[in-house]
Design a protein around this ligand. Structure first.
Ligand code: SF4
Length: 317
């Protein structure tokens, strides 16, 4: 029977992954049905750290392409497959190697690259960061002027928190469409509707939105914040996929999404193409070894700085 005529259940994927010896690693923004079957679920830093520690030789990764490439860069000996080849990140693609060379020549300053970037751009960076550790990484750099890209909003958040001269590269065109286009009016409407709710926002949102939030942090930091507040309701200003995970972690609280915040690139993975990926094992992630070597150094520098921090990997139930 043709796959298009068959409906795939999450347990079918789980069974096939177990039979074929695959570990399923998924980003927090995946659809809830895929989050359910993941062995490991987390944000970029959690997953990057986790893959270096597991024995499995084969990984099915559910996220976007730059994240899958980080897995491969850190685990060149592992087979990493994905459901679709073109699940990519427009923000990562907004910064080119040519941009980096141009800005480095102009400012002669260290370059910190957000993990949401192309692998060849990471190869030109002094160090990688994630939204969870960007402030700590920039503080740890021995320079008052730092080039930071590609996200201009995260760059402005880091400038605020560190007091350093942060030069966003490529500049105005570097942003995540999911987080950048949240409007203050839209959020204020939600606040009016839920006056008793607190607001958690991702640092990829613009400053006006951050200023309305009770808490600003990465998705891994958002996982911890509800435990620290008495608020029963929280408005979650990041990709809607995060709601399922938070609801599972805190069943007695209510999490309210911003409905427009959907990453269509993350949502390209579904039950059917994930099952087919396991069945065929054809869409494998490859990274040029020379580029991988340089990118690995920049990622490992980040891991060295964050290794001492208490960032535990969440093993999904
Ligand atoms: S949510 Fe934004 S930054 Fe994340 S993958 Fe989607 S487009 Fe890229």
């Amino acid at each position: 029977m043709l796959m298009s005529a068959v409906s795939v259940r999450p347990e079918d994927i789980r069974k096939l992954a177990d039979e074929k010896g695959y570990v399923i690693v998924a980003h927090n923004y995946q659809i809830p049905e895929l989050q359910e079957i993941a062995d490991y679920l987390g944000d970029s830093l959690q997953l990057a750290r986790m893959v270096t520690k597991i024995d499995a030789k084969k990984i099915l990764f559910l996220g976007v392409d730059f994240m899958a490439e980080v897995m491969k860069v850190l685990n060149p000996e592992k087979k990493i497959i994905v459901p679709v080849r073109h699940s990519t990140c427009p923000m990562a693609n907004s910064l080119s190697v040519e941009d980096v060379i141009k800005f480095k020549e102009k400012y002669n300053a260290p370059f910190v690259v957000y993990v949401n970037s192309r692998t060849e751009v990471k190869a030109y960076a002094d160090i990688v960061c994630t939204s969870a550790n960007a402030v700590d990484i920039v503080k740890a750099i021995d320079s008052d002027t730092v080039l930071f890209g590609p996200d201009k909003n995260l760059a402005s958040y880091v400038a605020e928190k560190t007091g350093k001269n942060i030069i966003p590269i490529p500049g105005e065109t570097g942003y995540c469409y999911v987080h950048n286009y949240v409007k203050e009016d839209q959020l204020k409407q939600l606040i009016n509707f839920h006056p008793d709710a607190e607001i958690m926002a991702h640092p990829e949102v613009p400053k006006g939105i951050r200023d309305l939030a009770h808490f600003v942090g990465s998705t891994s930091q958002m996982e911890k914040y509800p435990a620290t507040t008495n608020a029963k309701k929280l408005i979650v200003v990041t990709e809607v996929g995060m709601i399922a995970k938070l609801q599972k972690l805190y069943p007695d609280k209510i999490f309210i999404p911003v409905p427009s915040m959907v990453c269509y690139n993350m949502k390209k993975n579904n039950l059917k193409n994930t099952y087919v990926a396991l069945l065929e094992e054809k869409i494998e992630v490859h990274v040029d070894e020379e580029i991988a070597k340089k990118a690995r150094k920049a990622i490992e520098r980040m891991l060295e700085i964050t290794e001492s921090k208490d960032a535990k990997v969440m093993k999904s139930a």
